[in-house]
Design a protein around this ligand. Structure first.
Ligand SMILES: [Zn+2]
Length: 174
């Protein structure tokens, strides 16, 4: 990471980054919820995150990260998640055949209390979904099945092809 104090810019992996307080992310989440309602806000933040995830993988590939197998993915998630301050990210399952990835993380930026009723990591989940989508080369959606924001010990999301995630979401809500 390079801080150019004269120009006021931060660069890493040949890309300009912005060092922003997590409270700014919270303000975006809150403002969107107030203006558009929780469901729309969730979808907005998730889709914006997805775009970010695509960008992260583009940067990672340029920086020499490989995504050929489970070990590659695990190493990249651990390193990139931590470096960018998103929290500790771990890949627990990578099924290339089924195009399904199970990820766990702790200390996600959107977790503000542990007493919620539903998962809260829409932004982070979006980033991970966009990243996996880029790696698998196919459209992906995701479902956060565990979340520290509702008192679970860690957050866990399943990322996969839209049909499969929809099926999973339906079976979870029943
Ligand atoms: Zn969560």
């Amino acid at each position: 990471m390079d801080v150019d104090e004269k120009r006021g810019i931060i660069t890493a992996y040949n890309e300009r980054f912005l060092f922003i307080p997590t409270k700014l992310i919270h303000a975006i989440e809150d403002r969107m919820s107030e203006s558009f309602g929780a469901a729309t806000a969730t979808s907005f933040v998730y889709e914006i995150g997805k775009e970010g995830g695509l960008q992260y993988i583009r940067i990672a590939e340029r920086a020499g990260f490989k995504f050929r197998n489970f070990q590659d993915l695990k190493a990249a998630a651990e390193r990139l998640g931590t470096l960018a301050g998103w929290g500790k990210v771990d890949v627990v399952e990578f099924n290339q055949q089924k195009k399904m990835v199970r990820l766990r993380w702790t200390d996600g930026v959107s977790v503000r209390s542990k007493k919620g009723k539903i998962p809260v990591c829409h932004f982070g989940r979006g980033i991970l979904t966009g990243a996996i989508q880029s790696i698998l080369g196919t459209d992906c959606e995701s479902l956060e099945v565990l979340c520290q924001g509702k008192g679970d010990p860690y957050c866990e999301a399943i990322v996969g092809v839209p049909d499969e995630i929809l099926r999973l979401a339906n079976s979870h809500s029943n």
